[in-house]
Design a protein around this ligand. Structure first.
Ligand code: E4P
Length: 216
């Protein structure tokens, strides 16, 4: 499973990129607002830092507007993925951009039927939002399983990019469900390495080592 980082914070991206664990980045208008940065400027910087796909989202809600914005965003760098909402207009824009060779990420996916449409429109990625479904007491992970089954049934190549991830448990469940990508907030990514027994075991090894009086 590929790891994308769900942030527009350059410092966080730079720090995590050093681990070699970052395969791509996703942004959205809310993350751009949080960064306090100019959209085009920050996305340009991210594309220069991370060679993998960088999702940048259109604001227009009509197909023509999405195409204009999508082409402009795609012109920033060769690793831009144009993020479009899964609406009728977004699906039409997806088909047109795909036919032009521009990578697309269909976002705000909350049903398997929407994911089926995204694949048929030629999307590079579809982004099912797990956490926002869980917030409504709907099992977000079931959506990942259902999309995986549908895509495998028909050999669709659209990648399942699990989004709205809130916890380490979400990441593990996505990997078990066969998501192609998980886009993970930096804090959650860092939490993946944590285990109480790792900390306890390390403390005890270090204490025993100190007692030997040796040095490496
Ligand atoms: C990423 O592509 C999505 O925009 C993001 O994961 C949404 O996360 P949220 O539901 O925590 O806002």
């Amino acid at each position: 499973m590929k790891f994308f980082i769900d942030t527009a914070e350059i410092a966080e991206i730079r720090e995590l990129a050093e681990t070699g664990l970052v395969d791509g980045i996703t942004t959205n208008p809310s993350l751009i607002k949080q960064s306090g940065r100019d959209f085009i400027e920050v996305v340009t910087e991210i594309c220069a830092l991370i060679p993998g796909p960088v999702s940048a989202e259109v604001i227009a809600t009509d197909t023509a507007g999405m195409l204009t914005e999508g082409r402009r965003l795609a012109g920033i760098a060769s690793n831009i993925t144009v993020k479009l909402p899964i609406t009728w207009d977004g699906l039409k824009a997806c088909r047109a951009l795909t036919d032009e060779g521009i990578a697309t990420n269909l976002t705000l996916c909350f049903s398997a039927n929407q994911a089926l449409l995204a694949a048929k429109a030629g999307a590079s990625f579809v982004s099912p939002f797990i956490g926002r479904l869980d917030d409504l007491q709907v099992d977000g992970m079931e959506l990942i399983h259902n999309i995986r089954t549908i895509y495998d049934n028909y050999g669709f190549e659209t990648e399942i990019l699990a989004a709205s991830i809130r916890s380490a448990a979400h990441v593990e469940a996505c990997a078990l469900a066969g998501a192609d990508v998980a886009t993970i907030p930096p804090k959650v990514l860092k939490s993946l390495s944590q285990h109480m027994l790792t900390d306890k075991g390390l403390a005890s090894f270090l204490a025993d080592w100190d007692a030997t009086g040796q040095k490496i």
